[in-house]
Structure formats: structure tokens, C-alpha cells
Design a protein around this ligand. Structure first.
Ligand code: UPG
Ligand code: MN
Length: 744
């Protein structure tokens, strides 16, 4: 190896220029500050609503400062693949984790595609091991994986032979043009293509058939363990489906099915619990120093992604203190113009890139490469002696639990001397693995508290990542071309709302709990600007409260004939920041190639989501924190966009409703605005004197009606396109209570 090659960095960070955006960001801030000063100086108009408006606007300004801080110095990470292969003689092992929870909401064929795309990664096969956690304990999922492992024996060689880019078969075959690519050996290719397509169709048909008559397996010996299991009451089941016994680099990676033990009165901590079990099971079986985790719908879109991530993690200079590498969360077949505002485009482009220029992006729960020893609670630069102190047997058992084999593997991982032998046999560890997957294993250990994926909130990813940053680790973004992973984003309004509500609930409990960014800033080693950025992520629920308050003010004013906005020229003080902010965000969307419609949908949905799903999430979170209620992880429904029949596609992007409380909240807001507007138009305000409401309040209320227009349509819609009568009645009651309490 040439000497100069060793000194070249494997990755570089490029700071992005964004002068124009900075100017606009600052302008919005100045306008907001002017509005606030105007309010302070005009104390003579002081009333309660005026004061509330001032409080809310102060909050919006604070949020804007947080965003500005995050977006100010965005960075891009560039990886040099060719240098990696020159400089790193031996690539490290990587364990791959896929959690799935529910065979109905997450059809096994989706998980199967993700697993196949992982098995076909462009990386020495014997260095990879794929672990699937099945919280549904479903024979169906198991069956699908068994069949997939047979198919993989043909699929992986096919991908390697023709250097296929998209290695999730359903995606690959849905693009017909792939069949006609003109390679030299095109005849052979065409035959292989047809054969593979046939096999894949066969595979999906088999899975589909079993799906329809699930009793089919009971007879089969292989499925005996699944007889008499209940989803929430069963022993651990661990099965090695593929084993690369010979250590062949062109063979297949190991594939292991894990369904951890569940018992009725044991909390299982949802995804965090599943990830910790996978960490331990894989620690025993392969103990790779790095692990990639993806949700069951996030398949690999760029087969070289592990190599890219290794450029960052293995860099001898700047990689050492990188705890994790985060890839963007992007979606395939997103509905045109993002009607439900859930494709998170803005978040990733501006917030994640922004944090990449600080201490690093937050951990987004999926598409992430973790360093095992960081998961085990290590700090960067922990000296050998400190480490040694931690490695005494007694402490280790207290931390890691009572499996001797596992503790041994953890010592290897912490010392950085993970196994390197090529003839690892996962199946030799089946028994020990079953033990560490049992639900009592974590009792009185540090799992979920000081190490592993952290418990206590339904969003496990943000606290887990924050904890690493506050231990002093950095993180990096990795955004190669083509993009690394793509998954399905919720395709309906209801699943979007459920997801957003869950996030807001989890983030609220986190904000008021031990793992809040405030604590990290006060007691941790997190950088100030990074810590501040975590405010943006964790205060979603709280934002709901301020938004709801601000949304209630204009109708309050219209009904009582009071005002929160100045009249005459003074009206420019609130209008200017609103207009400039909207223009600015529109330009941001246009500059990343999105349409005006896309932007508007996002604006509108952010209003709807903040005032309903986040607000309710906040209430849930607070109740949970007070110990008054328990929250559950409601799994998001996943669908293959392209697979749905035409009937479903006609639905794409249309607002459909049900009896959920989030829709009651939205409808209430709409009805309140409408009532206030009617009262104002008819001149029925309570007091005729006073300041009188004016153009400002009117415009605000009208703007809200425009935002909630889909709900307005829903009031008159039929079937699932309509808001159910019972919800409308509840909303009408709430709206009446609001109006009466003002008038009365
Ligand atoms: O008890 C559970 C619940 C969920 N999951 C898995 O967790 C993953 C994420 O669940 P999903 O319903 O898809 O949640 P999303 O809202 O789409 O996920 C986002 O938000 C989560 C935190 O709320 C993160 O964990 C995810 O990585 C992130 O993509 C899926 O693979 C599930 O199978 C489990 O394994 N066990
Ligand atoms: Mn998901």
C-alpha cells in the first residue's frame, strides 16, 4: 500500500453556501422582532387576547431562532469509495437489523423485499448477517422468510452477475425497462431476467396464498413452534435460516429470524425493546463492530451503501468519534405533491443538513449505521484504563445481564477485538441467544436506561441519538447518489395522523423527562448549537399548544369585537413576517425542485397537523408523564404503492376520515372559525364599542378556513370521504362550548 494513500481522508465535509437563505432567514427574524417590539411599545391597547398573542408570537420567534441556528451552516458529506478499498485491507463485519411488528399492517412481502435487498448488498457476504425481529410472532412472516431465503440463492447471484442497482425484487421488476437493457450478453440476460421474474412472482404468490389460509402450516414440522403461540404470550423463537458456513464472500449472508419472548405483564418497550434483543442476539452470533438498522419497509436502493458508510466510520482521523451514520429517509412512489405533507422533504434538506454542519444529524430510527460499542454505552476517548475498570465481571453482569457468553462477546466489542474468524456458526449460539431474548433478561440491567435503545418514550430514536451526542460523540450524514434507502410513507390521512400523534406524544414525554435536550445542555457534553437544534425536534407537542391558542384568538376577537392586530399601517407589522416567511419557504421548496402545489400542501398540512395531531400528542404525552395514561406504539400501515389495484389508486391523495379524535379536533377548529365569521358578517358581535375587530383578525380566520378546506369538504362528503356524523356532532358541541364561554 502506497504511503500517500493512507493519509488521504476517506470522506470530506463540504460546507454549503446559502447566503440568500441566510438573508431571508434573518429578515424573517427581524420582522418578527419588530412585531414583538411593536406589541411591547403599544401597551395602551393591552387586553388579554393581545397579551396571549404576544406570548404565542414570542414562542414563534424563539422557534425561528432555533431553526435559524440549525440551518445556518449546512454541510454535505462526500465519501471516497476507491480510497476505502485501497486503505482498509480488511472490511469489518456489519450486522443488519430489520424489525417488523404486525403481519397485517406490515405485509410480509414488504419485509421480504427489504431483507432480499440487504442480502444482496455489495459487500463481502460472509461479513454480513441479517437479523429479523418479528414482534408479531407470526408464522406467516416466518414462512415468507423461509421462502425468501430459498429465492435469495438465485436472486443474489443474479444481482451480482449483472450488477443490478435496485435489489428489492418488487421494485426491480416493477420497472419494465430493466428487461430491455442492452448488455453484451443480452440474450442470456433476458433469459435470466425472465427466470428471476418468474421465481419472484411465484414467491409472492405463495406468500399471498398462505396469507389467505393461514392454517396451512400447522401440519408442517418446521412450523410446530408457532402452534399455540399468541402474539403477546409466547417463548422466544430463534431460527437460523441461512448460514454462510464456509465463509464465502460470494455466498449469502447469514439470515436469522428472532421473535423475542412476550408475556402479558412484561412491558416489551416496542421497537426499542426489539432492537435491544437484536443487539444481544447478534452480539452472541456474529458480534460485528457495526450494525445497520432499517425499518421493515426501507429497502436498499444503493447496494454500495455499506461501503459509503464505512468510508466515514473507518476514517482513521475523522471517523473515530462518529457514533452513527445517518442516511436520509426518502420514499418511493410518494403521492404527487405530497398531499399529506409527510414526505419530510424540507426536514431532511434543511434541518438534517444543517445539523450535519454541527455535531451531526439526529438519529432518525432507520437507515442508520451504529457503532456497537457506542450502543454499549462507551464514551469517545475513553482511555484504556477507564475501559478496563468497566470490564470487571461483576460490573459487566450488572450492566449487560447474566449471560456469560454475552458478557464475553460484549468485552470483545468494547475492546474492539470482535471475532474475525470467517467460519462463524450462528447456529452454535442458538441456545444462548434464546436466553438473551427472554423478557426477564433485562431486569435490573442497564438495557434501555444507560445503554442500548432507550426506553420510556414511543419515539426511541431521538433520545437514543441525543444520548450519544451528549456523551460527546458526533454523527454524520451519508447521502450518496443514488440515494441509499427508500421506503413507503403513509399513504393516507389517517395513518399520517396516527404517526404524527405518536411522534408528538413520544417527543413530549422525552422533553419533560430525563432525556430532554435541556438536561443534555446542562449536564452533557453536547455542543450548544446542537443541543438547541434538538429543541426543534423535541418540542413538536408544545408547538401544538401555542398554535391552538393562536388559532383560537382571531375567532375570539371576531365574536367579541376586540382585536389582537393593530389597525391601519400598524397591520403591516404582523402581515410582513407572514408574507416574507411564506415567500421564503416557497423559494426553498422551488429551489429543491418541488412545485408550488407541493409547498402549499406542506404549509397547509403543517397547520392541520400542528393544531390537531401534535396538540393531542402533547396532551397524551403530559398524561403519560403524570402517570395518568399509557401510550402505545401504533404501527404505521405500509403499502406497496404500485401493487395496489386501481380502486386504491383513485384514493391516492384524497382526504378520507374516520371517527378518530384527531379529526374531531380539526373539525372543531374549522367550525369555530366558520361560526365566528358568520357572527361577524351578520354583525352579531357581543360588544359594539371597544376597539373592534378588523381586517387582521378577519384575514387570519379566512386563512385558517382555507387551510382546513379539506375538512370543509369532508363535512359534506359521503362515506369515507366525509367526516362521520358522530364526529361532526362532537365538534359542534365543542365549538358551541367555546363560543358560549366567550359570550357568556
Ligand atoms: O412494537 C413494535 C413497534 C414497531 N416496530 C417496528 O418499528 C419500525 C418502525 O415503525 P413504523 O410504524 O414504521 O413507524 P414510523 O412512524 O414509520 O417510524 C419512524 O418513527 C419511529 C419512532 O416513532 C422510528 O422508530 C422509525 O425508525 C421511524 O421511521 C417498523 O419496522 C416496526 O415493525 C417493532 O419492531 N415493534
Ligand atoms: Mn415507517
Amino acid at each position: 500500500m502506497a504511503n500517500h494513500a493512507t493519509s488521504l481522508p476517506l470522506y470530506e465535509k463540504i460546507w454549503l453556501k446559502r447566503t440568500f437563505q441566510r438573508v431571508m432567514d434573518t429578515l424573517v427574524l427581524i420582522l418578527l422582532l419588530m412585531l414583538l417590539s411593536y406589541r411591547v411599545l403599544s401597551v395602551n391597547t393591552f387586553t388579554l387576547p393581545w397579551f396571549l398573542a404576544f406570548i404565542c408570537e414570542s414562542w414563534f420567534t424563539f422557534t425561528w431562532i432555533v431553526i435559524l441556528n440549525t440551518k445556518w451552516t449546512p454541510a454535505l458529506t462526500i465519501t471516497h469509495l476507491h480510497r476505502l478499498l485501497q486503505q482498509v485491507p480488511e472490511l469489518p463485519r456489519v450486522d443488519l437489523f430489520v424489525p417488523t411488528a404486525d403481519p397485517i399492517l406490515e405485509p410480509p412481502i414488504i419485509t421480504v423485499n427489504t431483507v432480499l435487498s440487504l442480502l444482496a448488498l455489495d459487500y463481502p457476504a460472509y461479513k454480513l448477517a441479517c437479523y429479523v425481529s418479528d414482534d408479531g410472532c407470526s408464522p406467516l412472516t416466518y414462512y415468507a422468510l423461509v421462502e425468501a431465503s430459498k429465492f435469495a440463492k438465485h436472486w443474489v447471484p443474479f444481482c451480482n452477475k449483472y450488477n443490478i442497482q435496485v435489489r428489492a425484487p418488487f421494485r426491480y421488476f416493477s420497472d419494465v425497462s430493466t428487461a430491455n437493457s442492452t448488455t453484451e450478453d443480452s440474450l442470456e440476460f433476458k433469459q435470466d431476467w425472465l427466470r428471476m421474474k418468474d421465481m419472484y412472482d411465484n414467491l409472492s404468490k405463495k406468500i399471498e396464498q398462505v396469507n389467505q389460509k393461514p392454517n396451512a402450516f400447522q401440519i408442517d414440522r418446521e412450523f410446530a413452534v408457532f402452534s399455540n403461540v399468541e402474539q403477546r404470550n409466547h417463548p422466544s423463537i430463534i431460527k437460523v435460516l441461512l448460514e454462510n458456513k464456509e465463509g464465502l464472500s460470494d455466498g449469502l449472508p447469514h439470515l436469522i429470524y428472532v421473535s423475542r419472548e412476550k408475556r402479558p405483564h412484561y412491558p416489551h418497550n416496542y421497537k426499542a425493546g426489539a432492537m435491544n434483543v437484536l443487539t444481544r442476539v447478534s452480539g452472541l452470533m456474529t458480534n460485528a463492530p457495526f450494525m445497520l438498522n432499517v425499518d421493515c419497509d426501507m429497502f436498499v436502493n444503493n447496494p454500495k451503501i455499506v461501503l459509503h458508510a464505512m468510508c466515514i466510520l473507518m476514517d482513521s482521523k475523522n471517523g473515530k468519534d462518529v457514533a452513527f451514520v445517518q442516511c436520509f429517509q426518502q420514499f418511493y412512489d410518494g403521492i404527487k405533491d405530497d398531499p399529506f405533507g409527510n414526505q419530510c422533504v424540507g426536514t431532511f434538506q434543511y434541518i438534517v443538513r444543517g445539523m450535519a454542519g454541527l455535531q451531526g444529524p439526529f438519529y432518525a430510527g432507520t437507515n442508520t449505521f451504529h457503532r456497537r460499542k457506542v450502543i454499549y454505552g462507551l464514551c469517545p476517548n475513553e482511555t484504556e484504563s477507564e475501559k478496563k475498570g468497566k470490564l470487571t465481571e461483576k460490573i459487566l453482569v450488572q450492566q449487560f445481564g447474566c449471560s456469560k457468553e454475552f458478557v464475553k462477546s460484549a468485552v470483545h466489542a468494547l475492546e474492539g477485538s470482535a471475532y474475525s474468524s470467517n467460519d462463524l456458526r450462528p447456529s452454535n449460539f442458538s441456545e444462548a441467544a434464546t436466553q438473551v431474548a427472554n423478557c426477564g433478561y433485562e431486569n435490573d440491567t442497564c438495557w434501555g436506561k444507560q445503554m442500548g435503545w432507550l426506553y420510556g418514550s414511543v419515539v426511541e430514536d431521538i433520545p437514543t441519538g441525543l444520548d450519544m451526542h451528549s456523551r460527546g460523540w458526533r454523527s454524520e450524514c451519508c447521502t450518496p447518489d443514488p440515494i441509499a434507502f427508500t421506503g413507503c410513507c403513509p399513504r393516507g390521512l389517517l395513518s399520517t395522523m396516527i404517526q404524527q400523534k405518536r411522534w408528538a406524544t413520544g417527543l413530549t414525554t422525552m422533553f419533560f423527562g430525563k432525556h430532554s435536550p435541556v438536561m443534555a445542555l446542562l449536564f452533557g457534553k453536547i455542543q450548544f448549537r446542537e443541543g438547541l437544534s434538538y429543541f426543534w425536534i423535541t418540542n413538536w407537542g408544545i408547538r401544538g399548544v401555542f398554535h391552538v391558542c393562536y388559532v383560537a384568538l382571531p375567532p375570539y376577537c371576531l365574536i367579541t369585537n376586540t382585536n389582537i392586530y393593530p389597525k391601519g399601517y400598524g397591520l403591516w407589522f404582523p402581515i410582513a413576517p407572514f408574507v416574507i416567511y411564506n415567500m421564503h419557504s416557497l423559494l426553498e421548496y422551488l429551489s429543491i425542485g418541488k412545485s408550488t402545489r407541493f409547498w402549499w400542501n406542506n404549509q397547509r398540512m403543517s397547520m392541520i397537523i400542528t393544531t390537531t395531531a401534535w396538540f393531542i400528542g402533547f396532551l397524551n404525552g403530559v398524561l403519560k408523564q403524570l402517570g395518568l395514561s399509557d401510550t402505545v406504539f401504533e404501527v404505521t400501515q405500509k403499502e406497496h404503492g404500485t401493487c395496489s389495484d386501481d380502486g386504491d389508486n383513485a384514493d391516492a391523495g384524497k382526504f378520507t376520515f374516520d371517527k378518530s379524535i384527531v379529526f374531531v379536533a380539526g373539525t372543531t377548529i374549522l367550525l369555530v372559525q366558520l361560526t365566528a365569521l358568520c357572527i361577524w358578517i351578520l354583525g352579531l358581535q357581543t360588544s359594539q364599542g371597544g376597539n373592534g375587530s378588523g381586517l387582521g383578525e378577519l384575514l387570519c380566520s379566512v386563512y385558517l378556513v382555507i387551510c382546513f378546506r379539506p375538512y370543509l369538504k369532508g363535512l359534506f362528503g359521503k362515506g369515507k370521504y366525509g367526516i362521520p356524523l358522530s364526529s361532526t356532532c362532537k365538534s359542534a358541541m365543542l365549538a358551541l362550548v367555546f363560543v358560549y364561554s366567550i359570550i357568556g
